[in-house]
Design a protein around this ligand. Structure first.
Ligand code: ADP
Length: 497
């Protein structure tokens, strides 16, 4: 502990040094007066007082005590007294003491951080207290503003039913807004861990959705998925997670921030809609099958009738029935896309043979385009033959639909890299603008151009195809330029990998 010599205050050098020191005031330990013995220029400036008005005065005449908070242990009087009693330096990291602004004459909110060092005299008793203060009003106000803006954000999020979360990468730290707890069916205020939340996710959605989305987020910077969760009462709910990845200065992902919202109601609506579509398409299938059988029967019976009109009329009817059957099937598939509903019936087959069959079927339906197949070597895939056939037929029928009559559609197959086969369908049609190329794989999306209004469709073919390919762990993509044509390609893992 510092010791003051008796003549310390008459030493000119000490005086100069003290007066130039940062916010300091030297107070005598003459309880209860606490006479001010010396004060630095900086202290005078931050407290807006004049030296001649403070030296020799009681500290509490200059800085009146706040009598409203008798229990506050951090008041100057209590802190000075404690420093004298214990002989220890006492720090007060933050306290509020308002200062009158000399220009306006009004008191202004101020926050301070101070330390109080007892200084012993020759007789070893505490003679002075050195009080050093720093004005930390700026820091405190900035922190308050940050807390206020965070609170405002939390309130807004809560009002819209959103929960906010923050996850470190790797997941060593996880924090969340209170709403998250109730979104997962717990009582407000319950403490939950990341692993307990994960345990609530439907077991099928953990590998397919959670793990996949996390990996995709690390690669692409965006986190977005829908998943099913079980509440503690065992009821099933749907949530939507959205987030972004933040990177450190080494450009490595180090945090993920995002929101969760309960989408159970809209999912239930979706499921009801899907169930309706499934039921309606199923009901339509039976009359269509019998209609097709009768038209085929009529075709055979009347093939020798010699009336060319009947022949063409029946063949056209059969085409329309086939088109409608394909449509009804795609609606049925659409309704089965809910997780767990689209079952793949895998078998090992040569993809080239299957493509040939699809091309032949398409030739039967339309003769307006030249369909050219350029197969690579035979390649076996382990996939759902019917569903992959549906994808190829859909790409061919789109190529025909969106390109001029008489033009050529070229289908190619071959090895892309050592583990995958790649199939492409190229046309010389109207093409797709860059801004629409991402969207065409979304459900019900159709390009909204005047020149395409007359081309019929529901915007489900590519969505379905993409889902089917993704569930085979393959990829579907497009390269296209307006008025030049499009190349739709997909890749599939080979059977032996
Ligand atoms: P639909 O053809 O029934 O509208 P799809 O899901 O098959 O639905 O296709 C979505 C949209 O993508 C189409 O509406 C069309 O605008 C565009 N599209 C698909 N294939 C092609 C193609 N080969 N050329 C140009 N546009 C295409």
């Amino acid at each position: 502990m510092p010791v003051a010599s008796d003549d310390i205050l008459t030493d000119g050098l000490f005086k100069v040094l003290f007066e130039k020191s940062p916010g300091s005031i030297l107070v005598k330990a003459d309880l209860p007066v606490f006479t001010i013995a010396a004060v630095s220029d900086a202290y005078l400036q931050i407290t807006s007082v004049k030296r001649e008005k403070v030296i020799g005065k009681s500290f509490f005449d200059v800085f009146p005590e706040d009598k409203d908070n008798p229990d506050d242990e951090n008041t100057a009087r209590k802190v000075f007294t404690r420093a004298i009693d214990t002989g220890d330096k006492i720090d007060v990291p933050v306290y509020r003491y308002d200062i009158r602004n000399p220009r306006t004459g009004k008191f202004e909110e101020h926050y301070w951080s101070c330390s109080n060092t007892p200084i012993r005299g020759a007789g070893n008793s505490v003679e002075y207290i050195l009080n050093t203060v720093v004005d930390i009003s700026g820091e405190v106000k900035a922190k308050e503003a940050a807390i206020e803006s965070e609170n405002r954000l939390l309130l807004a999020a809560e009002a819209t039913g959103l929960a906010i979360w923050d996850l470190a990468i790797p997941p060593t730290h996880f924090s969340y807004s209170p709403q998250l707890v109730t979104l997962f069916g717990h009582q407000p205020g319950t403490r939950i861990s990341l692993s307990s939340l994960r345990n609530q996710v439907h077991p099928d959605d953990v590998p397919n959705i959670l793990v996949r989305s996390y990996q995709e987020a690390l690669e692409g910077g965006q986190y977005d998925y829908e998943a099913r969760i079980f509440w503690p009462d065992n009821s099933l709910h749907w949530i939507r997670m959205k987030g972004v990845v933040l990177y450190n200065n080494k450009k490595r992902p180090h945090r993920m921030l995002g929101t969760v919202v309960d989408i159970t109601e809209s999912k239930r609506d979706d499921i009801r809609k899907n169930d309706f579509i499934a039921m309606a398409s199923h009901e339509l299938k039976t009359p269509l099958t019998s209609l097709k059988a009768y038209v085929q029967l009529l075709e055979t019976k009347l093939s020798d009738a010699g009336d060319p009109f009947i022949k063409t009329a029946l063949s056209k009817s059969l085409n329309q029935v086939n088109k409608m059957t394909a449509l009804v099937h795609s609606f049925l598939d659409l309704s089965r896309l809910e997780p767990g509903k689209l079952q793949l019936k895998r078998s090992v087959f040569d993809i080239n043979k299957m493509i040939e069959e699809c091309i032949n079927d398409s030739r039967m339906i339309t003769g307006s385009h030249a369909l050219v197949f350029k197969p690579g070597d035979p390649q076996n895939v382990n996939a759902d033959r019917e569903k992959i056939g549906q994808v190829v037929s859909n790409l061919i029928s789109n190529a025909i639909k969106y390109s001029p009559k008489g033009s050529t559609v070229t289908i190619t197959s071959g090895i892309a890299d050592k583990d995958c086969v790649e199939v492409s369908v190229a046309d010389h049609g109207i093409g797709i603008k860059a801004k629409d190329q991402e969207k065409i794989f979304q459900r019900f999306f159709r390009v909204d151009d005047d020149d395409k209004k007359h081309i019929s469709g529901f915007g489900i073919g590519l969505y379905l195809s993409n889902e089917i390919i993704q569930r085979h762990k393959g990829k579907l993509w497009v390269k296209s330029a307006p008025n030049k044509g499009s190349i739709f390609s997909f890749s599939l893992p080979l059977a032996n990998v």
